[in-house]
Design a protein around this ligand. Structure first.
Ligand code: AMP
Ligand code: MG
Length: 317
């Protein structure tokens, strides 16, 4: 595809240096991660982090995930515990975010943590982002690179579409490998999953040798992903449907569905991982085609299917 956005840059040493310098100057940049594309800022600088909230129109009470290169850097900011080490060893770097207690001496901006005494931290796997983190002496606050409540971006073009030329640089690493946000697990007391993702409750339960609950509703918004309405294409969505009219978009899963102009298949071969990767791309495509209604077939509620259904439920709110 021809690149019509001049702020989308391919990854080379020159562009990486530019990106790193912008972060040092407290600017925002668009970055790839293995989950979804993100908006990165210096997590130790409130000035820098405020720009994220402003650009995303994100409520200030929604804390951000802080991204680290390694444990050495993390130890300065949060209290680590046994459950953390067990999960870290098995799943990091990768699509899992840990909520931990913030140290008094932590340098993380209070704006980034919405003044909470806890911090959500992640070690991303994407090689380019890891290179960037390794070149900095501060961690990065990185939410998804979309306007608050919109569909998350899974390509550099999606980011450019969201923010036009407000960003100087969006580093292009092609489509995200996973395509859905990380699993978020609260480890500040009895472990509980705040947001489902690729790392499943079963895999976490196995590692911690105890049954882990998935936390659903909360009066206090502890997590942005827990806002009821989120990931929304701005079009009415009906879930668990078996058919759709020709003027409605029908998002389906599996090979029993015919190929038609208005039928969008998340995975013809019934792979939930492939469906996760296609979900936001297809929602965005359908939105851009100006359908007035989206219908979605039922999606198996296992593995990453939990995360897919979680996002669809919020998109449908
Ligand atoms: P996103 O906007 O996609 O980056 O999602 C951010 C996620 O960060 C939310 O879903 C929350 O689960 C999580 N989060 C960030 N900080 C905290 C915190 N201190 N406590 C609980 N969850 C948090
Ligand atoms: Mg988000």
């Amino acid at each position: 595809m021809k690149n019509i956005y001049s702020n989308i840059l391919k990854v080379n040493n020159n562009n990486l240096s530019k990106a790193i310098n912008l972060l040092k100057e407290k600017e925002l940049i668009g970055v790839p991660t293995e989950t979804v594309y993100g908006l990165a800022a210096n997590a130790y600088s409130s000035k820098s982090v405020k720009k994220i909230y402003f650009l995303k129109k994100r409520p200030l009470k929604n804390p951000l995930i802080i991204h680290y290169y390694n444990l050495k850097q993390l130890k300065k900011d949060v209290e680590l515990n046994t459950n953390f080490f067990k999960l870290y060893k098995k799943f990091s770097p990768g699509p899992i975010t840990f909520v931990l207690k913030k140290k008094k001496k932590s340098l993380i901006s209070n704006v980034a943590t919405a003044k909470l005494q806890t911090v959500a931290v992640r070690f991303p796997k994407n090689k380019i982002l890891r290179k960037i983190l390794n070149s900095l002496d501060f961690p990065l606050a990185i939410p998804s690179a979309n306007k608050s409540s919109h569909i998350s971006p899974v390509t550099a073009e999606d980011v450019a579409q969201e923010f036009k030329d407000s960003l100087k640089i969006i580093l292009n690493d092609g489509p995200c490998k996973i395509g859905l946000e990380s699993t978020v697990i609260d480890l500040t007391s009895r472990p509980k999953i705040l947001r489902p993702g690729l790392v499943s409750p079963a895999a976490i339960s196995k590692k911690l040798s105890r049954k882990i609950k998935v936390y659903h509703e909360s009066k206090n918004i502890r997590a942005p992903g827990m806002l009821k309405r989120h990931y929304s294409p701005g079009i009415p969505i009906k879930l668990n449907q078996t058919k759709a009219k020709s003027n409605e978009a029908f998002i389906v899963f599996g090979k029993k569905y015919k190929k038609r102009k208005n039928i969008f298949n998340l995975s013809f071969k019934s792979s939930l991982n492939e469906a996760a990767k296609n979900l936001y791309r297809i929602l965005r495509l359908v939105k851009n085609k100006n359908y007035k209604m989206i219908k979605v077939c039922s999606i198996p509620q296992t593995g990453i299917g939990l995360a897919i259904n979680d996002r669809l439920n919020r998109a449908a709110k």
